[in-house]
Design a protein around this ligand. Structure first.
Ligand code: ADP
Length: 228
């Protein structure tokens, strides 16, 4: 479970990105985070990943208060949290297989585990036949599938997706959403920040809307609620 309890984030230049944000996310939920540019969505995601620290309040992930974590405890937090971004962020000189296996090497998985797990996730995202390709040889949708495989290879409880369909055409975006839905049905909690109105409206999942650093809406089968 993820708990934000009265979380505020003020950056060093004095700009307040989040101002007293509170919510719970239960295990297995699928949550969209929406709101205008500058609302605080990326900051919320960075706090979850512990890339930024809350100025006040508490971020608690599976019972662990993230604010208080020591530097050497962060890898454990990250291992339990897969992340995908709008711009895929694959390593261009590594093959599809290596991009995914590298994420396991970093956390010290054994070669045996890696040999078993990488083909499993590549098959999950439908890319077994591209294992030896390089990112530049793949379409945008395929690259995002590799990023998803990499995010999932260590079996995280949470998948954080920051505008994952932002660089994809509508049909490919739809395919990625179907994949995310399948991944969620297998038990992974998904938190996705997005501007994709059509996708949010169609999926009928929980929607948390942020404006100017505060939650203005938190609905169980919500809609996007803004004009795009
Ligand atoms: P969103 O993802 O919804 O566009 P952000 O979380 O990126 O919103 O930004 C929220 C607010 O915090 C904005 O006013 C932005 O200018 C500010 N902000 C974001 N990152 C930083 C930073 N590293 N330093 C200073 N201000 C920042």
């Amino acid at each position: 479970m993820i708990i934000f309890s009265n979380v505020s984030k003020v950056y060093e230049n004095g700009s307040t990105a989040l101002n007293g944000v509170s919510f719970f996310i239960e295990r297995g939920e699928f949550v969209f985070v929406v709101g205008p540019s500058g609302a605080g969505k990326s900051t919320l995601i960075k706090l979850l990943m512990h890339e930024e620290t809350a100025t006040s309040g508490e971020v608690i992930i599976d019972g662990v208060t993230v604010n208080g974590l020591k530097q050497n405890q962060i890898p454990y937090l990250r291992r339990n949290m897969g992340v995908v971004f709008q711009d895929f962020r694959l390593l261009p000189k590594k093959t599809v297989y290596e991009n995914v296996s590298f994420a396991m090497e970093i956390v010290g998985a054994s070669r045996r585990e890696i040999r078993r797990q990488v083909p499993t996730v590549l098959s999950l995202v439908g890319l077994s036949h591209k294992a030896k390709s390089f990112p530049s040889q793949l379409s945008g949708g395929e690259q995002q599938r590799v990023a998803l495989a990499r995010a999932l290879v260590n079996n995280p409880s949470f998948l954080i997706a920051d505008e994952p369909t932002g660089n994809l055409n509508p049909k490919t975006a739809q395919e990625i959403m179907e994949l995310l839905n399948d991944i969620n049905k297998r038990g992974t909690t998904i938190i996705m920040a997005t501007h994709a109105k059509d996708i949010v409206d169609q999926m009928k999942k929980r929607v948390i809307a942020i404006e100017d650093g505060v939650i203005v809406r938190d609905e169980a089968r919500g809609v996007y609620g803004y004009e795009n």
